[in-house]
Design a protein around this ligand. Structure first.
Ligand code: KIV
Ligand code: ZN
Length: 521
């Protein structure tokens, strides 16, 4: 039996804590798209960014706030008036805005701004009061709560409640706690802090010891009614609690966790793929719920059992999380209407121009591949550059000569804006030669941080998806591309990353936030 008191609020921080993960930076348009998908899937609260961190963050939070249909839009701010005012300026456009303000309360974190316990308590009182004067929905977090002395934690939580906080979020900032402790801490705060029954307690866990999901669910058992999480568990270091894991755990094990959320779980796969693509953080194959192998049954015993009764080895159905059942999609004679309808099933609604462009690429792929699978189509849709860079780069022609003897050489035609340029370059291997050919036309000082190849589907003619992450002057850009030819996919991914870098240079700002979490007033 579930009731209102067992409704768990899902607070998604993919666009703030997730995006903060080095290299996961998303463009403005990508943030808007992800926020739209979160809103559509029934996420209660979207933490859209850290408005004072940069002009880009401010613009994204403001626009997400303006576009939101149902979700509460929240922004993060440190414990000072300037941060809080900037946060309010951005979130106030939302139908339902929230200000989230935090300060590190553990001994190690108190030492950074060099505040005594009393001085920090006063700061908490003043900043939460200030936030509450601006907005009637205020969340307060004692960062590193799980390593804060109990007496001090209880004292500052009470101060924040008295000052007007409506949600108290308890972060396990360094992923240090364990399930029993996580439940006890929330239970004890609710039982012992005066005024605790007037606010919602929230849990915010990091996955350093692989316990983020367990700790979040334990916190709910202890009385928390908000879980902070990210899609695919994206986040700094080992990441945050994965939204898909807590939502599905409460659904599948409703018998022992009788809690509900407002999330439409059938939208999980689509948003998971989009977050993986735009962040450049591929989902590990055996990741719970959204990994490629999460519903794959390879062994004979499993397959036999599955054919007789799916429940033998499956605790949830693929379609429960939006994984389409169909495998082989279409032949090379399928038309535009079939493509549009198939893409719709996969969660992509394209405009006419986008569909026409995709159709041409689909036909070319179908000519090269015997079978075109759902994942091939998804790779085609997501294989797009950064269209708003003015000096947009596009690979027009590539021929690589490889052999057992180095060096390899590459002939390339690269369109820059409207003009085609040619180059020939050599390198240590075909990919190096092709990248050198790009650099000969578009000189840059970007350093390669990540080069990753994975097969989209099975078979000798499988498409390869290549992810390339580059860094230049603190700006990080990720590009992805898929092709049946790994070298072609590599060059296109590199060029996509360069396009993003150009776009970021043009828009200004860097991925290293102008402000950090260090508490300065
Ligand atoms: O992990 C953490 O402590 C945070 C806070 C800013 C809530 O992300
Ligand atoms: Zn965090």
């Amino acid at each position: 039996m579930t009731s209102e008191k067992n409704r768990v609020v899902i607070f998604d921080t993919t666009l703030r804590d997730g995006e903060q993960s080095p290299g996961a930076t998303m463009s403005h348009e990508e943030k808007l798209e992800i926020a739209g998908l979160l809103d559509e899937m029934g996420v209660d609260i979207i933490e859209a960014g850290f408005p004072i961190a940069s002009e880009g963050d401010f613009a994204a939070v403001s626009e997400i706030a303006k576009n939101a249909q149902n979700s509460v839009i929240c922004g993060l701010s440190r414990a000072n008036f300037k941060d809080i005012d900037r946060c309010w300026e951005a979130v106030r456009h939302a139908g339902r805005p929230r200000i989230h303000t935090f300060i590190g309360t553990s001994p190690l974190h108190r030492a950074i701004p060099d505040l005594t316990q009393d001085e920090m308590a006063e700061r908490i009182h003043d900043t939460v009061t200030h936030a509450r004067n601006l907005c009637d929905n205020v969340q307060w977090s004692p960062m590193d709560a799980t390593r804060t002395e109990w007496d001090y934690l209880a004292r500052v939580v009470e101060i924040a409640i008295r000052a007007g906080a409506t949600t108290i979020n308890i972060p396990d900032t360094v992923g240090y706690t364990a399930p029993v402790e996580s439940a006890d801490l929330i239970r004890r705060l609710i039982a012992e802090v005066p005024g605790a029954d007037e606010v919602v307690f929230s849990t915010h866990c990091h996955n350093d010891l692989g316990m983020a999901t367990a700790n979040s669910l334990a916190a709910v058992a202890g009385g928390a009614r908000q879980i902070e999480c990210t899609i695919n568990g994206l986040g700094e270091r080992a990441g945050n609690t994965a939204l898909e894991e807590v939502v599905m755990a409460m659904k599948v094990r409703h018998d022992i966790m009788p809690y509900t959320t407002g999330v439409d779980a059938t939208k999980i796969m689509h948003i998971s793929r989009r977050v993986a693509t735009v962040s450049g953080f591929n989902v590990q194959y055996n990741k719970a719920i959204v990994g490629k192998n999460a519903f794959a049954h390879e062994s004979g015993i499993h397959q036999d059992g599955m054919l007789k009764n799916a429940e033998t080895f499956e605790i949830m159905r693929p379609e429960d999380v939006g994984l389409s059942e169909t495998n082989i999609v279409m032949g090379k004679h399928s038309g535009r209407a079939a493509l549009r309808s198939k893409l719709k099933d996969l969660g992509y609604e394209l405009g006419d121009n986008q569909l026409n462009d995709l159709f041409v690429r689909y036909k070319a792929l179908a000519d090269r591949k015997k079978e075109v699978f759902d994942d091939d189509l998804i790779a085609l849709v997501t294989d797009a550059g950064a269209p708003d860079a003015s000096d947009h780069l596009e690979v027009k022609f590539l021929r690589v000569i490889c052999g057992t003897e180095a060096p390899q050489s590459a002939d390339l035609t690269l369109r820059v804006g409207d003009v085609d340029h040619q180059s020939t370059a050599q390198g240590d291997g075909p990919v190096d030669a092709a990248f050198n050919a790009v650099n000969a036309i578009h000189p840059n000082s970007a350093q390669l941080q990540l080069y990753q190849v994975s097969a989209v589907t099975e078979g000798m003619d499988a498409q390869a998806t290549v992810t390339v992450r580059i860094e230049e002057d603190g700006r990080i850009a990720t590009g992805q591309s898929a092709d049946t030819d790994t070298v072609v996919a590599s060059v296109k991914a590199y060029v996509n990353a360069l396009n993003r870098l150009i776009m970021r240079r043009e828009k200004g700002g860097s991925d290293v936030p102008e402000v950090t979490y260090k508490d300065v007033s």
